[in-house]
Every structure is written in structure tokens, then in C-alpha cells.
Write a protein that binds this ligand. Structure first.
Ligand SMILES: [Zn+2]
Ligand SMILES: [Zn+2]
Length: 130
């Protein structure tokens, strides 16, 4: 649910007076740095079937402990060093998830949740030396 924010001067687009979450309003006031998200989503126009890309302009800020950053629409990016230290990584599809799982790395979907694992890909990764 949108939350009204009184710190409009700092908003990426200068116009919107709300954020999606209370966390975003807090970040708007307190974060040392904020910027528009830029996450790209491919969509299809139902009228003519044409594909187009929309960029998220949500407020983005650094996560605590410098783990990465997140936007008010939940587009979260965790830095590669942190992912490696914590033993997981992003996978775009089940095949990539299988390759990660076969190497003992926990696959996580780009949206930050669980993801299906392609078993042949996992067995293939397990069969590789090293
Ligand atoms: Zn704000
Ligand atoms: Zn976003």
C-alpha cells in the first residue's frame, strides 16, 4: 500500500509523493544515497502483441552492512562477494539453478525466492571434476 512521503525534493522523478513501503520512506529520509532502480521488465502489449521494456523508477537504497541494494518494489541485488560468502547465487532459469546446485551453491531466483532445479543440469555439474 502506498505510503505518503514528505521528502519529495529527494525523489528520483521529483513528482511522486508516495512510496510502496514504510522501509522506502525511511530510506528516503535516512539513506546516504538513493537512486532510481532501473530494473527492466519485459512486457507484451495485449492490444497488438508487441514486446516492450519498462524500467522500474522505484526508490533504491543500500542494504545494511553493505550487502547490496534494494528498491521499493522489492528489486533486490546482493553483491557477488556476499553471495559467495553465504554460499548461494542467482539463477535465471531451472537449468542455471541445476548447474549451481550441482556445485553445492544454493540457487535463488532473480526475485529473491526459491527456484525449480533442472535435475539433468544438476547431475551434469556434479559430474564435472573439481
Ligand atoms: Zn520519499
Ligand atoms: Zn525496482
Amino acid at each position: 500500500m502506498p505510503v505518503t512521503c514528505g521528502n519529495r525534493r529527494r525523489h528520483p522523478d521529483g513528482g511522486t509523493a508516495t512510496h510502496e513501503t514504510v522501509a522506502a520512506v525511511r530510506a528516503c529520509y535516512l539513506a546516504r544515497e538513493i537512486w532510481p532502480c532501473g530494473w527492466q521488465t519485459g512486457l507484451v502489449n495485449p492490444e497488438n502483441g508487441e514486446q516492450y521494456v519498462v524500467e522500474c523508477d522505484g526508490l533504491t537504497w543500500h542494504l545494511p552492512d553493505d550487502r547490496g541494494y534494494t528498491c521499493e518494489h522489492d528489486h533486490t541485488h546482493i553483491y557477488a562477494e556476499v553471495r559467495q560468502r553465504e554460499g548461494w547465487d542467482y539463477a535465471a532459469d531451472p537449468e542455471e539453478a541445476g548447474l549451481l546446485a550441482g556445485r553445492g551453491v544454493e540457487p535463488v531466483s532473480m526475485r529473491g525466492g526459491g527456484i525449480d532445479i533442472d535435475l539433468p543440469a544438476m547431475r551434469y555439474a556434479m559430474s564435472l571434476p573439481g
